[in-house]
Design a protein around this ligand. Structure first.
Ligand code: C5P
Length: 227
């Protein structure tokens, strides 16, 4: 069967990665979590002191970009791919609120985007890929056969993310999570390079009132029609 490219974009914590993983598994496609790549670079910046916390700014990172190797490897236990930075499995630490608090600044740096988009092109060069992020349908794969744009109210998204973080044992407040989501949405939508926006030909899915299975069935139908 012919393979296509599926681009899933949208605001933070709209459940993009959950449905993207389900879809990739069902279609036997590759799944790429492009947000994990921006998180990995942010983790590097935090670990090696490129974040100026007093100025809430990222300083001097660009000259180090050639030292940063980000890639995915299958985790046999979970059955999904974990993200690695220079040989270190960083799947768990990149999901913390600390990383979330800086990732949009790092992702706004054009040189960072240039590097990561180049890698994303390679990962999707043979089609048969489901990639989620903020600019996949607009910049990375503007010719994707299926483009989805996921939305849900900020409160629904904050509740989901809060539950996810506390379940893992992270100590966070609901208000901090909501604040982070709103900040990232604002920064991601207003940056100059590749801002988050719905591609003209993307199908919008508001999943505030959809169960995971309802959402999956709806999107699977769209994918089957596009193949
Ligand atoms: O998808 P996730 O919430 O993990 O993404 C983290 C951050 O990475 C986003 O808030 C955004 O700043 C950045 N990002 C991006 N472009 C993408 C994917 C993520 O700018 N394609």
């Amino acid at each position: 069967m012919q393979k296509i490219t599926i681009a899933i974009d949208g605001f933070s914590s709209t459940g993009k990665s959950t449905v993207a993983k389900q879809l990739a598994k069902h279609l036997e496609y590759i799944y790429v979590d492009s947000g994990a790549m921006y998180r990995a670079v942010t983790y590097y910046a935090m670990k090696y002191g490129f974040i100026d916390a007093t100025q809430f700014d990222v300083v001097g990172l660009v000259s180090k970009l050639h030292d940063i190797v980000v890639y995915f490897e299958l985790n046999e236990k979970t059955g999904s791919a974990d993200v690695y930075l220079n040989g270190e499995n960083i799947e768990i630490p990149i999901r913390t609120l600390e990383v979330s608090n800086y990732v949009s600044q790092v992702a706004a740096i054009p040189e960072v985007r240039y590097q990561l988009v180049k890698q994303q092109h390679k990962m999707g060069s043979e089609k048969g890929v489901v990639m989620d992020g903020r600019d996949i349908g607009t910049v990375v794969f503007p010719d994707a056969e299926l483009k989805l744009f996921m939305t849900a109210s900020a409160e629904t998204r904050a509740t989901r993310r809060y539950d996810e973080l506390t379940l893992k044992g992270d100590i966070v407040t609901y208000n901090d999570v909501l604040h982070n989501i709103e900040e990232r949405d604002y920064m991601d939508s207003n940056r100059e390079d590749s801002p988050l926006r719905k591609a003209d030909d993307a199908i919008e899915i508001d999943n505030s009132n959809l169960s995971l299975d309802e959402q999956f069935q709806k999107i699977l139908k769209l994918a089957e029609a596009a193949i």
